[in-house]
Design a binder for this molecule. Structure first.
Ligand code: SF4
Length: 332
């Protein structure tokens, strides 16, 4: 049994009396101590999948419309809101993309870490403060005894993201979901934060779901990869398998879009077109308007997700036998 088992997850958004699907039939497992990467462009359903796992859809236009989520042998969707809240922030924690909007600007960072410890660990104020200082030290905030009393605006972007990591790790979660944790940071700080997360994972054994639009980051950090497009998994495999036999044109396009630092080019590669809007009806493959390999059948018949090898799932009519057409991605 995996630590997290997501099966046939469906999320919809309620608009004008209808519920339009935005996450459709997502299934994956995450084992203890494993890092799963979920990759795709903005609007592909990555973050909504993570919010559904964390039970954070309530109170919005979003609805969980189907599927199951099992965590540590418990059916999360069968739990009462109170029982589920007890798990969130304790056994499961999340790091959001932009720390400045996730941290409360009017509370000291130490108090924000202490709140979680007092809530889930019944520590005294003194014990929780000592633990908060330990955590700030763990995430390499310099001078943690002094910094514990800082407000978020007194820290750099990288330090704020480290505080978010400290808060997420405060109760020693079994699963950490990191939603684009480095997007708002400089490239050098991005690497430091990712290295820190993986180093902490080695020490604590925490499983990680890393959500990113950057296939390069995913390749360097994850054991398994799930590629999402328009709310569906279009390719998934162990990282080594995926990168040795990348089979979906969308995944190939994402890889081709990564800039190569020492290549002097006039135009960067990009996948032509855009992710379809949620109310656009596409009866065939949702990627066909952008796919250089699309054939007539792609516009009318949706491809199923099939295994092309033991662990390698691809949703394409022509995963191994692609008709001549073009190259994945294109010039912008
Ligand atoms: Fe491209 Fe057709 Fe495969 Fe869709 S099914 S990814 S349009 S080749």
């Amino acid at each position: 049994m995996a630590l997290l088992e997501v099966r046939d997850l469906e999320v919809g958004v309620a608009i004008g009396g209808k519920v339009l699907p935005v996450v459709q039939g997502i299934s994956f497992d995450v084992e203890e101590n494993q890092t799963l990467g979920i990759v795709g462009e903005s609007g592909c359903g990555k973050s909504l999948t993570s919010l559904a796992i964390m039970g954070l859809l309530e109170g919005s236009m979003l609805r969980l419309t189907g599927g199951s989520i099992s965590f540590n042998g418990q059916d999360l969707l069968a739990l009462s809101p109170r029982a589920r809240r007890a798990i969130m922030g304790d056994q499961m924690a999340m790091i959001f993309q932009e720390p400045m909007t996730s941290l409360n600007p009017v509370y000291r960072i130490g108090d924000q870490i202490i709140e979680s410890l007092r809530q889930h660990r019944s520590m005294s104020q003194r014990q929780a403060r000592a633990r908060a200082i330990e955590l700030l030290d763990l995430v390499r905030i310099p001078d943690p005894e002094r910094r514990v009393d800082s407000y978020p605006h007194q820290l750099s972007g990288g330090q704020r993201q480290r505080v978010m990591i400290a808060m997420a790790l405060a109760c020693g979660p079994k699963l950490l979901i990191a939603d684009e944790p480095t997007t708002a940071l400089d490239v050098t700080v991005q690497k430091e934060v990712l290295d820190l997360m993986l180093d902490l994972q080695k020490r604590t054994g925490t499983a990680i779901i890393l959500i990113s639009h950057d296939l390069g980051v995913i390749s360097e950090t994850c054991d398994k990869v799930v590629v999402m497009y328009r709310g569906k998994i279009v390719e998934s495999a162990k990282t080594a398998t995926l990168f040795s036999n990348m089979s979906h044109p969308y995944t190939q396009g994402l890889l081709a879009s990564i800039p190569v630092v020492d290549h002097d080019v006039e135009w960067l590669n990009a996948i032509p077109g855009r992710v379809p809007l949620i109310d656009e009806v596409l009866p065939g493959c949702a990627f066909h308007p952008r796919c250089s390999f699309a054939q007539a059948s792609c516009a009318t018949s949706p491809p199923s997700a099939d295994y092309v090898s033991d662990d390698h799932l691809v949703r394409c009519h022509f995963p191994n036998d692609r008709p001549s057409g073009g190259e994945a991605g294109g010039d912008a």
